[in-house]
Design a protein around this ligand. Structure first.
Ligand code: UTP
Length: 278
Protein backbone atom coordinates (compact mmCIF):
# COMPACT_ATOMS: atom_id res chain seq x y z
CA UNK A 1 0.00 0.00 0.00
CA UNK A 2 1.04 3.64 0.14
CA UNK A 3 4.03 4.18 2.42
CA UNK A 4 5.62 7.33 1.07
CA UNK A 5 4.67 10.96 1.51
CA UNK A 6 6.39 13.68 -0.51
CA UNK A 7 6.73 17.18 0.94
CA UNK A 8 7.59 19.78 -1.71
CA UNK A 9 9.24 22.43 0.42
CA UNK A 10 11.56 24.28 -1.93
CA UNK A 11 9.40 27.34 -2.60
CA UNK A 12 10.54 30.84 -1.67
CA UNK A 13 7.54 31.69 0.52
CA UNK A 14 7.48 35.25 -0.81
CA UNK A 15 4.11 36.03 0.78
CA UNK A 16 5.80 35.81 4.17
CA UNK A 17 8.87 37.95 3.57
CA UNK A 18 10.91 38.98 5.43
CA UNK A 19 10.28 36.04 7.83
CA UNK A 20 11.11 33.57 5.06
CA UNK A 21 14.25 35.31 3.83
CA UNK A 22 16.58 32.84 5.52
CA UNK A 23 14.11 30.52 7.26
CA UNK A 24 12.03 27.89 5.43
CA UNK A 25 8.32 28.72 5.41
CA UNK A 26 7.68 25.13 6.52
CA UNK A 27 9.58 25.80 9.77
CA UNK A 28 7.27 28.64 10.81
CA UNK A 29 5.65 27.63 14.11
CA UNK A 30 1.93 27.45 14.65
CA UNK A 31 2.03 28.02 18.42
CA UNK A 32 5.15 25.98 19.28
CA UNK A 33 5.30 23.40 16.49
CA UNK A 34 6.61 23.99 12.96
CA UNK A 35 4.21 23.53 10.07
CA UNK A 36 6.15 20.61 8.65
CA UNK A 37 5.84 18.71 11.93
CA UNK A 38 2.03 18.91 11.77
CA UNK A 39 2.31 17.56 8.23
CA UNK A 40 4.54 14.62 9.17
CA UNK A 41 2.17 13.78 12.05
CA UNK A 42 -0.74 13.71 9.60
CA UNK A 43 1.22 11.47 7.22
CA UNK A 44 2.26 9.05 9.96
CA UNK A 45 -1.32 8.85 11.25
CA UNK A 46 -2.29 7.74 7.73
CA UNK A 47 0.33 4.96 7.83
CA UNK A 48 2.85 6.82 5.66
CA UNK A 49 6.15 6.60 7.50
CA UNK A 50 8.59 7.11 4.62
CA UNK A 51 8.94 10.87 4.46
CA UNK A 52 10.53 12.38 1.35
CA UNK A 53 11.27 16.09 1.36
CA UNK A 54 12.10 18.27 -1.67
CA UNK A 55 14.24 21.08 -0.35
CA UNK A 56 16.21 23.94 -1.83
CA UNK A 57 18.82 26.46 -0.84
CA UNK A 58 18.50 27.76 2.71
CA UNK A 59 16.34 24.86 3.89
CA UNK A 60 18.79 22.97 6.07
CA UNK A 61 16.73 23.67 9.19
CA UNK A 62 14.20 21.13 7.88
CA UNK A 63 16.68 18.23 7.98
CA UNK A 64 18.05 19.40 11.34
CA UNK A 65 14.55 19.40 12.81
CA UNK A 66 14.09 15.71 12.02
CA UNK A 67 17.41 14.75 13.57
CA UNK A 68 18.54 14.28 17.15
CA UNK A 69 20.13 17.28 18.87
CA UNK A 70 22.35 15.53 21.42
CA UNK A 71 23.58 18.67 23.17
CA UNK A 72 20.05 19.94 23.70
CA UNK A 73 18.80 16.52 24.84
CA UNK A 74 21.66 16.23 27.32
CA UNK A 75 20.95 19.73 28.63
CA UNK A 76 17.25 19.17 29.35
CA UNK A 77 17.40 15.50 30.37
CA UNK A 78 15.48 14.94 33.60
CA UNK A 79 14.00 18.48 33.65
CA UNK A 80 10.36 19.42 33.13
CA UNK A 81 11.30 20.54 29.59
CA UNK A 82 12.16 17.04 28.42
CA UNK A 83 8.57 16.00 27.58
CA UNK A 84 8.37 18.92 25.12
CA UNK A 85 10.49 16.84 22.75
CA UNK A 86 8.30 13.72 23.03
CA UNK A 87 6.26 14.36 19.87
CA UNK A 88 9.22 15.08 17.60
CA UNK A 89 11.19 12.15 19.06
CA UNK A 90 8.35 9.82 18.19
CA UNK A 91 8.34 11.06 14.58
CA UNK A 92 12.11 10.60 14.33
CA UNK A 93 11.79 7.05 15.73
CA UNK A 94 8.84 5.96 13.62
CA UNK A 95 9.59 7.61 10.26
CA UNK A 96 12.47 7.54 7.82
CA UNK A 97 13.47 10.84 6.19
CA UNK A 98 15.08 11.35 2.81
CA UNK A 99 15.85 14.57 0.96
CA UNK A 100 16.53 15.82 -2.50
CA UNK A 101 17.10 19.34 -3.77
CA UNK A 102 15.18 21.23 -6.40
CA UNK A 103 17.85 23.28 -8.15
CA UNK A 104 15.53 25.82 -9.75
CA UNK A 105 12.08 26.74 -8.44
CA UNK A 106 10.12 25.89 -11.54
CA UNK A 107 6.80 25.22 -9.86
CA UNK A 108 4.98 22.57 -7.85
CA UNK A 109 4.80 20.12 -10.77
CA UNK A 110 8.55 20.38 -11.24
CA UNK A 111 9.11 19.96 -7.48
CA UNK A 112 7.06 16.74 -7.52
CA UNK A 113 9.03 15.46 -10.52
CA UNK A 114 12.25 16.24 -8.61
CA UNK A 115 10.93 13.89 -5.91
CA UNK A 116 10.75 10.92 -8.29
CA UNK A 117 14.24 9.86 -7.26
CA UNK A 118 12.92 9.36 -3.70
CA UNK A 119 9.53 7.86 -4.62
CA UNK A 120 10.32 5.40 -7.40
CA UNK A 121 7.51 3.50 -9.11
CA UNK A 122 4.73 3.37 -6.53
CA UNK A 123 1.67 5.41 -5.55
CA UNK A 124 2.48 8.16 -3.05
CA UNK A 125 0.96 11.07 -1.17
CA UNK A 126 1.91 14.73 -1.53
CA UNK A 127 1.47 17.11 1.38
CA UNK A 128 2.01 20.88 1.18
CA UNK A 129 2.90 21.75 4.74
CA UNK A 130 1.71 25.35 4.49
CA UNK A 131 -1.85 24.03 4.14
CA UNK A 132 -2.52 23.04 7.73
CA UNK A 133 -5.43 20.61 7.95
CA UNK A 134 -7.05 19.69 11.23
CA UNK A 135 -9.86 17.26 11.87
CA UNK A 136 -11.27 15.86 15.11
CA UNK A 137 -11.52 12.39 13.54
CA UNK A 138 -9.22 10.94 10.87
CA UNK A 139 -6.81 13.39 9.25
CA UNK A 140 -7.23 14.32 5.60
CA UNK A 141 -4.52 11.95 4.35
CA UNK A 142 -6.05 9.05 6.29
CA UNK A 143 -9.38 9.80 4.62
CA UNK A 144 -7.68 9.87 1.20
CA UNK A 145 -5.66 6.68 1.72
CA UNK A 146 -8.92 4.91 2.51
CA UNK A 147 -10.42 6.19 -0.74
CA UNK A 148 -7.34 5.15 -2.69
CA UNK A 149 -7.74 1.55 -1.46
CA UNK A 150 -11.17 1.59 -3.05
CA UNK A 151 -10.54 3.48 -6.31
CA UNK A 152 -6.79 3.02 -7.05
CA UNK A 153 -6.34 6.27 -8.96
CA UNK A 154 -4.96 9.74 -8.25
CA UNK A 155 -7.03 11.79 -5.80
CA UNK A 156 -6.89 15.50 -4.96
CA UNK A 157 -8.43 17.11 -1.88
CA UNK A 158 -10.85 19.94 -2.60
CA UNK A 159 -12.67 22.64 -0.69
CA UNK A 160 -15.39 25.09 -1.65
CA UNK A 161 -13.92 28.62 -1.78
CA UNK A 162 -15.58 32.06 -2.18
CA UNK A 163 -16.01 32.97 -5.87
CA UNK A 164 -13.60 35.90 -5.60
CA UNK A 165 -10.77 33.60 -4.42
CA UNK A 166 -10.61 31.21 -7.39
CA UNK A 167 -7.51 33.05 -8.65
CA UNK A 168 -5.48 31.56 -5.78
CA UNK A 169 -6.15 27.89 -6.58
CA UNK A 170 -6.44 25.13 -9.13
CA UNK A 171 -10.20 24.85 -9.74
CA UNK A 172 -11.92 21.65 -10.87
CA UNK A 173 -15.06 20.69 -12.73
CA UNK A 174 -16.32 17.15 -12.34
CA UNK A 175 -19.12 14.61 -12.35
CA UNK A 176 -20.43 13.91 -8.90
CA UNK A 177 -19.98 10.26 -7.87
CA UNK A 178 -21.30 10.78 -4.39
CA UNK A 179 -21.90 13.83 -2.21
CA UNK A 180 -18.21 14.31 -1.35
CA UNK A 181 -16.55 12.82 -4.45
CA UNK A 182 -16.19 13.97 -8.07
CA UNK A 183 -14.62 12.46 -11.15
CA UNK A 184 -12.62 15.33 -12.65
CA UNK A 185 -13.50 16.49 -16.16
CA UNK A 186 -11.68 19.82 -16.20
CA UNK A 187 -9.16 21.77 -14.16
CA UNK A 188 -7.92 25.34 -14.48
CA UNK A 189 -4.97 26.85 -12.61
CA UNK A 190 -5.77 30.11 -10.82
CA UNK A 191 -8.70 31.23 -13.01
CA UNK A 192 -10.36 34.63 -12.72
CA UNK A 193 -13.82 34.17 -11.13
CA UNK A 194 -15.56 34.58 -14.51
CA UNK A 195 -13.40 31.80 -16.04
CA UNK A 196 -13.64 29.36 -13.12
CA UNK A 197 -15.49 26.12 -13.93
CA UNK A 198 -16.72 25.89 -10.29
CA UNK A 199 -15.75 27.09 -6.85
CA UNK A 200 -14.14 23.77 -5.87
CA UNK A 201 -10.48 24.43 -5.17
CA UNK A 202 -7.61 21.96 -4.90
CA UNK A 203 -5.76 22.22 -1.60
CA UNK A 204 -2.39 20.80 -0.58
CA UNK A 205 -3.15 17.09 -0.29
CA UNK A 206 -2.79 14.63 -3.17
CA UNK A 207 -2.47 10.93 -3.73
CA UNK A 208 -0.74 10.30 -7.04
CA UNK A 209 -0.10 7.20 -9.09
CA UNK A 210 3.48 7.03 -10.43
CA UNK A 211 2.52 7.47 -14.10
CA UNK A 212 2.19 11.15 -13.12
CA UNK A 213 5.98 11.51 -13.40
CA UNK A 214 6.05 10.85 -17.15
CA UNK A 215 3.05 13.12 -17.60
CA UNK A 216 4.78 15.96 -15.73
CA UNK A 217 7.92 15.41 -17.79
CA UNK A 218 5.81 16.04 -20.90
CA UNK A 219 3.93 19.02 -19.45
CA UNK A 220 5.01 22.44 -20.73
CA UNK A 221 5.30 25.33 -18.30
CA UNK A 222 1.87 26.92 -17.80
CA UNK A 223 0.62 29.80 -15.69
CA UNK A 224 3.47 32.04 -14.43
CA UNK A 225 5.98 30.02 -16.49
CA UNK A 226 5.87 27.23 -13.88
CA UNK A 227 5.28 23.51 -14.44
CA UNK A 228 1.83 23.15 -12.90
CA UNK A 229 0.69 19.91 -11.28
CA UNK A 230 -2.85 20.95 -12.24
CA UNK A 231 -1.97 20.68 -15.96
CA UNK A 232 -0.42 17.22 -15.46
CA UNK A 233 -3.42 16.04 -13.45
CA UNK A 234 -5.82 17.21 -16.14
CA UNK A 235 -3.91 15.08 -18.64
CA UNK A 236 -4.06 12.12 -16.24
CA UNK A 237 -7.81 12.70 -15.83
CA UNK A 238 -8.29 12.68 -19.61
CA UNK A 239 -6.18 9.52 -20.03
CA UNK A 240 -7.90 7.67 -17.17
CA UNK A 241 -9.39 8.91 -13.94
CA UNK A 242 -8.60 11.48 -11.26
CA UNK A 243 -10.93 11.96 -8.30
CA UNK A 244 -11.56 15.11 -6.28
CA UNK A 245 -12.51 14.54 -2.65
CA UNK A 246 -14.22 17.09 -0.46
CA UNK A 247 -12.44 16.27 2.79
CA UNK A 248 -13.73 16.44 6.34
CA UNK A 249 -11.96 18.95 8.54
CA UNK A 250 -10.62 22.48 8.70
CA UNK A 251 -7.89 23.88 6.49
CA UNK A 252 -5.76 26.96 7.07
CA UNK A 253 -3.66 28.56 4.32
CA UNK A 254 -0.60 29.20 6.43
CA UNK A 255 1.28 30.52 3.40
CA UNK A 256 -0.78 33.71 3.85
CA UNK A 257 -0.59 35.97 6.88
CA UNK A 258 -4.36 35.85 7.51
CA UNK A 259 -4.50 32.05 7.35
CA UNK A 260 -1.44 31.71 9.54
CA UNK A 261 -2.91 33.96 12.25
CA UNK A 262 -6.23 32.10 12.11
CA UNK A 263 -4.41 28.75 12.47
CA UNK A 264 -2.35 30.07 15.38
CA UNK A 265 -5.44 31.29 17.24
CA UNK A 266 -7.31 28.04 16.56
CA UNK A 267 -4.45 25.77 17.66
CA UNK A 268 -3.75 27.87 20.72
CA UNK A 269 -7.36 27.54 21.88
CA UNK A 270 -7.88 23.92 20.85
CA UNK A 271 -4.58 22.29 21.81
CA UNK A 272 -2.14 24.48 23.67
CA UNK A 273 -4.40 26.07 26.26
CA UNK A 274 -6.26 22.82 26.93
CA UNK A 275 -3.00 20.86 27.36
CA UNK A 276 -1.44 23.52 29.52
CA UNK A 277 -4.25 23.95 32.01
CA UNK A 278 -5.88 26.96 30.29
P1 UTP B 1 3.38 28.07 -3.04
O1 UTP B 1 3.23 28.90 -4.26
O2 UTP B 1 2.33 28.11 -2.01
O3 UTP B 1 4.71 28.37 -2.25
O4 UTP B 1 3.72 26.59 -3.47
P2 UTP B 1 5.81 29.43 -2.38
O5 UTP B 1 6.20 29.65 -3.80
O6 UTP B 1 6.85 28.93 -1.44
O7 UTP B 1 5.12 30.68 -1.66
P3 UTP B 1 4.78 32.16 -2.17
O8 UTP B 1 3.59 32.02 -3.06
O9 UTP B 1 6.02 32.68 -2.83
O10 UTP B 1 4.48 32.87 -0.88
C1 UTP B 1 3.07 25.48 -2.93
C2 UTP B 1 4.07 24.47 -2.38
O11 UTP B 1 4.94 24.02 -3.40
C3 UTP B 1 6.29 24.18 -3.01
C4 UTP B 1 6.29 25.23 -1.93
O12 UTP B 1 7.40 25.02 -1.04
C5 UTP B 1 4.95 25.01 -1.26
O13 UTP B 1 5.01 23.99 -0.28
N1 UTP B 1 7.08 24.55 -4.20
C6 UTP B 1 6.61 25.51 -5.04
C7 UTP B 1 8.29 23.93 -4.45
O14 UTP B 1 8.73 23.03 -3.68
N2 UTP B 1 8.99 24.29 -5.56
C8 UTP B 1 8.55 25.24 -6.42
O15 UTP B 1 9.23 25.51 -7.43
C9 UTP B 1 7.32 25.88 -6.15
Amino acid sequence: MIKKCLFPAAGYGTRFLPATKSMPKEMMPVVNKPLIEYGVEEALAAGLNEISIVTGRGKRALADHFDTNYELEHQIKGTDKEPMLNDIRRLIDECSFSYTRQQEMKGLGHAILTGQTLIGDEPFAVLLADDLCINQGDGVLSQMVRLFKQFRCSIVAIQEVPADETGKYGIIAGDMIREDLYRITDMVEKPAPEDAPSSLAIIGRYILTPDIFDIIRNTSPGKNGEVQITDALLQQAKDGCVLAYRFKGKRFDCGSVDGYIAATNYCYDQFYQKNNGG
